[in-house]
Design a binder for this molecule. Sequence first.
Ligand code: NI
Ligand code: MN
Length: 224
Amino acid sequence: MLTITYLSHSCFTISDGTNNLIIDPFLSGNPKAKTAPEDVEANFVLVTHGHGDHWGDTEKIAKNNDALVIGPNEVAAYAARKGLNAHNMHIGGAHDFPFGRVKLTIAHHGFSDGESDFDIGGSPCGFIITMEGKKIYHAGDTGLFMDMQLIGEEGIDLAMLPIGDNFTMGIDDAARAVDFIKPKKVIPMHYNTFELIAADPEEFRKKVKDSEVIILGVGDETQL
Ligand code: NI
Ligand code: MN
């Protein structure tokens, strides 16, 4: 049994009771987050790309927990430069970790933040995470792309998709993404953190036909 907890924005924890993963840990400076980075217990930190609202508190959490940072090459190399344990991957590649398998997918988005210390370049990604035989697709920040059909062919149990528009898919395209991926369950993310990405998840629910939409409030959890 996997427990998935929503910490707001694109940040989730996934736990099998032994291994604790956190994805895109944007907590400090996040007006919706209720969890302090000091309170996070994680063995693995997965980061989709180098924007501040995804890298977030990776450094603090990884240091506090002696955790392994997993991400596309550029983000993992940045983590290593910060003295963190890091595992470099890239798009299309998969690797077996103690908790299961991680595969990096494409994401149509940017990477640089334009800040001198953090202008790390590279390609953003999504993750397909296989744990306890369940497949979870975290799309990262992305627009809609036809190759989501290929991701769907892998048999996705749970998809986490951005719906906030402006920087990523909005509700209409996220609903089309569900048609491409055909996950059993889908959780909307990357909305309502800021006014610019305001979106009504109930509107998303209405537009999704064949998958179960799970709307998680901040701190809510679901089991898979
Ligand atoms: Ni981004
Ligand atoms: Mn973002």
